[in-house]
Design a protein around this ligand. Sequence first.
Ligand code: M6R
Length: 589
Amino acid sequence: MCGIVGCIGINDPVKYLIEGLKELEYRGYDSSGIAVMDEEDLKIIKAVGKLKNLEEKVKKIKFKNPFSGIGHTRWATHGKPTELNAHPHKGHFSAVVHNGIIENYQEIKNKLLKEGIEFISQTDTEVIVKLFEYYYEGDAFKAFKRVLDEIDGAYAILLITKKEPKKIFFAKKGSPLIVAKNDKEIFFASSDAPLIGYANSAHYLEDGEFGWVDDEIHLFNDEKEIIPAFKPLPSNKESAKKGGFRFYMEKEIYEQFDVLKENTLGRNTKDGIKFDELDKEFFDDINNIIISACGTSYHAGLVGKYLIERNAKIRVDVEVASELRYRDPLLSKDTLFVVISQSGETADTLETLKMAKKAGLKTLALCNVDNSSIVREADRTILLRAGIEKGVASTKAFATQVMTLWMLANYLGDKNEYDAINEAIEVTKVDTSIHEKIKRLSKRYLHGHGFFFIGRDIFYPLALEGALKLKEISYIHAEGYPAGEMKHGPIALADPELFVVALLSKNILFEKTKSNIEELVARDATTLTISSEYIEMTDDFIKISEVNHPMVEFFEMMIITQLLAMEVAIRMGNDVDMPRNLAKSVTVE
Ligand code: M6R
């Protein structure tokens, strides 16, 4: 998804812009660009593809004492990923970067075309800079405000202009933007990561805020100048580095043991579950729960349904946010509305949250990014404490989402599973001999016409998640199915070229799932069974620990499915951290 950086008053703006964009790479992008103001001119450099292409081009440019700049990674929405469509977009004397969507851009474009103004891109963003120059009559801030008055939609905008070169103009509505500073320099970014190491405090812009920076920050809301609410930024970038692993995803799989300890710290206690963020009164009069989320977070929500209904006896419905938001759902006030999101910026999930609030429901977010849009919108938040997740394919965030839901189920049901939770954390320590075995096994699973992941109960959502992980990074077709559902249609696909990953719990419906595997084996499907109990008929087998709690099995199987997806993808030669067509944070619908 698009990323934004900007800076002013800094010795080497080009370095910050490129480094900052690298920090945002994990969000997914297909082109990038920077605009740098130096003593000679406003210089714009853009490139399609990876950031190294941009870097190569930038190396060839001579900058004369550059003093400010803006940068962007673009994930195409309006118009193909080409250099012309990449940001920054320029006019005659200005340049702009933008995240979000200008909904009335066609209307504005038509108006400007009639005035003889030319457009060179297919993007909605270009209207911002063209409209700005159209309105410019000697006062850049005035022109910028007129643009904001006229555009509809969602945006985070940075604009620079040769007319007032010592300023950057900014605005935020619906897309994230942060302005940050140290003693003498000012920076912008669409999320924390680029700022760490450069700035020490940050103001997270609210919707409707705009202004400009020179050597100070001039922040406005409506017509009033307001004081930024600075918060300290973390200073340690190390946790966001690969740390010797081949991919961030691999590092993040291995990190899950530590991350889960962090996630449960002070929450899973010998006396039961404690959430500092919650009080029991918050749940007064709650008879139902709706969980709304997308992708992996949705799968975590499905696990939550099994756990909450079983442990707390509260009815739970789990909804795909992109469907829920347009469905006119029946929302009653005795329903707690829970959103789950790693990034906290997923547009569909955020919209359902706003919808639930409007309907007067109590809202709770399970989120990994503090100060994100979802966190700011929700009544209460439980932070996932997974740390920065860079791999586009979510792993450690999923682990913390499931763990948090498990704790929530126990909190609501007054259950104490202190030991089981600790045991579940313990099995997420990656056993390197199992990892080696998966590396070896993966070579057998590179062809075929697809994968089925099957499981029952909580292992059904894990099957969905295993299949999603595999298809996201290996580009092989994979589906998750309830094991008992195969005979109702999908089993028609069974032949030796159909690969089945069977999640066979010893603790839940063992015999029934085993029969489902037998049915597939009888039709010659190639099976890889993950279980604590060996079954003769399977082609491949990965043994997990013999334990008494299904959630402990769940977490060990989760690690195996993640490693399997990664090793298959690596053998296919894919970029595991940045799979094609995907973005880390999906801030458009
Ligand atoms: O940031 P969120 O958790 O709201 O994101 C939701 C999905 O976009 C996300 O889980 C997506 O499915 C990931 N690529 C999964 O690996």
